[in-house]
Design a protein around this ligand. Structure first.
Ligand code: FES
Ligand code: FES
Length: 166
């Protein structure tokens, strides 16, 4: 069994108990994806599977045979940081940085969801097509930040969304 992680084909362990998070961090030595609660409550372990954001602590590696996994290590392209990474730096979207890889991967997936018109719990109350602060807060509510860097995180995501919105 194998999967692709950040563009590289890798083997999936035979042990069906290994979570995707543990495979990434311990098996593949990609420690960028963080283990916070290890029970689906904090979002620190967020990665993208075929472009969809998931909590990797809640999933088993064997579920993802032949799927494309993207972790924070794969966001930069040929030495150039992803626009969200640059915006997080510009807007002080982090302090200790522990939640940041999950915030970044989640934001990438969230912006793609928003672009596809996937609604959130507050969409009906918001201005259609506009990523309002309430909309952004709701859509990123699965990613906690113990340092409270939420203002900078939202500013950074907003800036990138404005740069890509049609
Ligand atoms: S470590 Fe996965 S949600 Fe907290
Ligand atoms: S920057 Fe420290 S937990 Fe978010």
């Amino acid at each position: 069994m194998s999967m692709t992680v950040n563009g590289v084909r890798v083997s999936v362990p035979d042990d069906p108990r290994v979570s995707l998070l543990d495979l990434l961090r311990e098996g593949l030595e990609l420690p960028g994806t963080k283990k916070g609660c290890n029970q689906g409550a904090c979002g620190a372990c967020t990665v993208l599977v075929d472009g969809e954001r998931i909590n990797s602590c809640l999933t088993l590696a064997i579920q993802y045979e032949d799927r494309d996994i993207l972790t924070v290590e794969g966001l930069a392209h040929e030495g150039t940081l992803h626009p969200l990474q640059l915006a997080f730096i510009e807007h002080d979207g982090f302090q200790c940085g522990y939640c940041t890889p999950g915030q970044l991967c989640s934001a990438v997936g969230m912006l793609a969801e928003f672009e596809r018109g996937v609604p959130s719990a507050v969409t009906a109350e918001q201005r259609p097509g506009e990523l309002t602060d309430d909309e952004l807060r709701e859509r990123m509510s699965g990613n906690l930040c113990r340092c409270g860097a939420y203002i900078g995180i939202r500013e950074a995501i907003h800036q990138v969304w404005k740069g890509t919105a049609r």
